[in-house]
Design a protein around this ligand. Structure first.
Ligand SMILES: [Zn+2]
Ligand SMILES: [Zn+2]
Length: 167
């Protein structure tokens, strides 16, 4: 049996500890080289920040041709997409102009093609950030933004008479 000294293992870029779980993270672009613990904390934080807190699909290998589930709150359909950081987000089936979607809820899909053939082998959901899209540019809102049940819950929680604006 050959044993590898921990010194020879790659080091996590966050906690600096060398370890066997340290590897490159991120599904399209490299995010960082992290150990499992640091990666999970980072991915969970990104998921909370972006609203990608959906439970994963039962069959993660079936990437594209999945019957959209129905929301238990409002009954409408949505799609579950993986993010590039191994978390999942529920997106609306329809695109909307960016002007109708608050920045926090704007997503787009990135198709990953095979390097060997012009076929899409994977689809990821990516938050629209950085450059502001044009008002008429189509983005995909999260289902949460459109969900009637979710909205009702928020409104009853707020109950502020002056919160309405004419925007
Ligand atoms: Zn670490
Ligand atoms: Zn809903």
């Amino acid at each position: 049996m050959e044993t590898t000294s921990d010194r020879d293992l790659p080091s996590c870029q966050h906690c600096r500890e060398p370890g066997r779980t340290v590897r490159s993270r991120g599904r399209i672009d490299l995010i960082a080289e992290l150990c499992d613990g640091c990666w999970n904390r980072l991915a969970n934080r990104m998921a909370m920040d972006e609203g990608a807190t959906a439970p994963p699909r039962p069959d993660p290998d079936d990437v594209i041709f999945v019957e959209p589930p129905n929301c238990v709150r409002c009954g409408s359909r949505f799609r579950v997409y993986p993010t590039v950081y191994d978390r999942w987000v529920n997106l609306s089936l329809a695109e909307l102009p960016a002007k109708d979607v608050p920045p926090h809820f704007r997503w787009r899909l990135v198709n990953v093609a095979s390097p060997y053939a012009p076929v899409v082998i994977d689809v990821f959901a990516v938050r629209v950030r950085g450059i502001e899209p044009l008002p008429g540019e189509l983005v995909i809102p999260t289902h949460k933004m459109l969900c009637a049940g979710e909205r009702a819950k928020q409104q009853s929680a707020e109950k502020s008479p002056d919160s309405d604006s004419n925007g």
